[in-house]
Design a protein around this ligand. Structure first.
Ligand SMILES: Cc1cc2nc3c(=O)[nH]c(=O)nc-3n(C[C@H](O)[C@H](O)[C@H](O)COP(=O)(O)O)c2cc1C
Length: 327
């Protein structure tokens, strides 16, 4: 697997993968009407995400947002993944072409959902997610080049057991613990997760919500009763290359935005995907044909706590931002 080049600044505190690229991640080429999306590799999690797979997933999610914004502005987003292999940090380009195809206008409200979507790490109700919504999500993921499926009861237990095992490891491994803990930042820091957004732990100890810290780290954890039979979705791709990770991110964000439009909530259970021996075991079919990329918990429930967002001008610079909007 190719790793994007990382600048040599290992002393910087690590930051969490965010659903938007970090400042400095993008630039606008006005004559070509093309946004260049670079990996902000200096924020990579070197112990938790050594291949930068999660970083690619998070940039893929940002690409989905960018495409929805282009459609909102009346432009067709022409996305090219990894357009220049000799520039590994250039993860994608998005050319703002003419009027969007009719297929892209089917969900014009996707853009609106970007502003409302956020993770909810709070308990959900047992009310089932309608089959029609699940079918819409599956179809959208397929268009993005990924598979989204609802595991059966037996698979669910297995996936949660693997997640619990990963959570145990991640909260005791000193290097990973330190990385995850560094993700918890001041609420004004747009690159981190404020402690208030983390949410409670399951009183029954059955749902392995990410603790983001070990017992010894002194983070006060609330407890609450979570849904006993969580509704899960497993996102996978047919292959496991860098482009697949980006596609997985696009499909992930697409699903999250659609869920938002349907009044549903979601949170991510990514822990088992961060351990090389556990990740293949998350596959529901042969690991050769199914690369697990994300486990989602979905349902009806309270909105999550808002987390800080980068301003677009911090990514592009004010001048490039105006040029991109006007393009
Ligand atoms: C690749 C990836 C892995 C993630 N893993 C987890 C996870 O295991 N647990 C969790 O609660 N959130 C996880 N998140 C969610 C981020 O923490 C969250 O999206 C970010 O803090 C911004 O908050 P928001 O979702 O409310 O906008 C993950 C996000 C990405 C992109």
């Amino acid at each position: 697997m190719t790793r994007p080049r990382t600048p040599s600044s290992p002393r910087r505190p690590p930051r969490p993968p965010s659903t938007t690229p970090s400042p400095g991640g993008s630039a606008f080429d006005a004559p070509a009407r093309t946004i260049h999306v670079h990996a902000a590799s200096r924020y990579a999690l070197r112990a938790t995400d050594p291949d930068a797979r999660a970083l690619h997933v998070s940039v893929g999610a940002a690409l989905c947002n960018l495409a929805a914004a282009a459609v909102h502005l009346g432009r067709e987003p022409v996305v090219r993944l990894l357009p220049r292999p000799e520039v590994p940090d250039l993860l994608a380009t998005v050319r703002l072409a003419g009027r969007p195809r009719a297929a892209l206008l089917r969900r014009p409200d996707l853009y609106r959902a970007i502003w409302r979507r956020r993770s909810s790490r709070l308990p959900f109700s047992p009310e089932p997610v309608p089959g029609t919504v699940l079918a819409e999500l599956t179809a959208a993921a397929r268009l993005d080049g990924a598979d989204l499926r609802r595991p059966d009861r037996h698979e669910r237990t297995r996936l949660l057991d693997l997640t619990a095992e990963a959570e145990r490891r991640s909260t005791t491994d000193p290097e990973r613990r330190a990385e995850t803990l560094a993700c918890i930042t001041d609420p004004k820091d747009t690159r981190g997760l404020p402690a208030y957004a983390i949410g409670p732990q399951d009183t029954a100890g059955q749902l392995p919500m990410r603790a983001f810290a070990g017992q010894q780290d002194g983070l006060v954890r609330q407890r609450a009763a979570f849904e006993p039979d969580p509704q899960l979705l497993l996102l996978t791709t047919g292959h496991d290359r860098r482009a697949d990770w980006l596609r997985a991110g696009q499909a992930l964000q697409h699903a999250l935005l659609l869920l938002t439009l349907h009044g549903l909530r979601a949170s991510m259970l990514h822990q088992a995907l961060e351990w090389p021996d556990l990740r293949p075991r998350m596959a529901v079919t042969s690991p050769d044909r199914c690369a697990p990329q994300m486990l989602l918990r979905i349902g009806y429930g309270p909105a999550g706590y808002p987390t800080p967002r980068h301003h677009a001008a911090a990514l592009f610079g004010q001048h490039d931002l105006q040029a991109a909007i006007a393009a």
